[in-house]
Design a protein. Structure first.
Length: 234
């Protein structure tokens, strides 16, 4: 079951761990860090599931869930709440507001993935995706199961580190990634790398997927911040 999951978690390290676990399981993920961003992403992207931290800034998880359930455009999006609170009243309030399930921190990524599978199976929202794990954006098609990359239909050979960077960026087109975030994507494949090595990986990827690497239209530099994949989904 391949699904698009919206992760609303203000802890960036925790959010990245969830995102990487989702990608490894064949899902796609969009990550946001506050309540208004979660509501905007849910409206625009219509995800198959929202993993929702209760302690979000600006609008907390309770508020986000309340708005989602009142919005006629997305009242049936399943919500899995994450909470550091173990108080029964908090759990009951979340369920009363329409959360489909909840998990209390700390939890293991394996347990979270099992809960996500259960909620998706119960909702049936991702059933029509036909087990397709391929992530597509900006003319790219990334298959995390077969470890294959295609650009405009043509196969592209990538190193393990390049593959992980491209997979992360293709799963979230238009998101700006810092060098540190992209470096984290390569952990386990390129442990000796530094943040400056990310620039080399991006340069090599541009040679492989850009018509003119000196004038990129896909892998763009966001000066002072990092890089993004431009071109949108599809």
């Amino acid at each position: 079951m391949c699904a698009h999951v919206l992760v609303a978690e203000d802890d960036e390290m925790q959010a990245e761990l969830i995102r990487r676990s989702l990608l490894a399981a064949g899902h796609t993920a969009t990550v946001v860090h506050d309540g208004p961003a979660a509501l905007d992403a849910a409206r625009r992207l219509r995800p198959d599931l929202v993993v929702l931290d209760l302690m979000l800034p600006v609008i907390d998880g309770f508020g986000v869930c309340r708005v989602l359930r009142r919005n006629p455009g997305n009242p049936d999006i399943p919500v899995l709440m994450l909470t550091a609170r173990s108080a029964e009243d908090d759990v009951l309030l979340g369920l009363e507001l329409g959360a489909d399930d909840y998990m209390t921190k700390p939890y293991s990524p394996r347990e979270l993935m099992a809960r996500i599978r259960t909620v998706l199976r119960r909702s049936g929202r991702a059933a029509d995706r036909k087990e397709d794990p391929v992530v597509r954006a900006a003319g790219l098609a990334i298959d995390p199961v077969r470890h294959e990359v295609r650009c405009d239909g043509e196969p592209v050979e990538c190193t393990p580190a390049e593959f992980q960077i491209l997979l992360a960026m293709t799963a979230e087109p238009e998101r700006v990634f810092s060098r540190r975030q992209l470096l984290e994507c390569t952990r386990g494949t390129d442990r000796a790398s530094t943040e400056r090595a990310v620039d080399v990986h991006i340069m090599n990827l541009r040679r492989k997927i850009e018509a003119d690497p000196r004038r990129p239209v896909r892998l763009l530099t966001v000066f002072g911040v990092g890089y993004k994949l431009s071109g949108g989904r599809g």
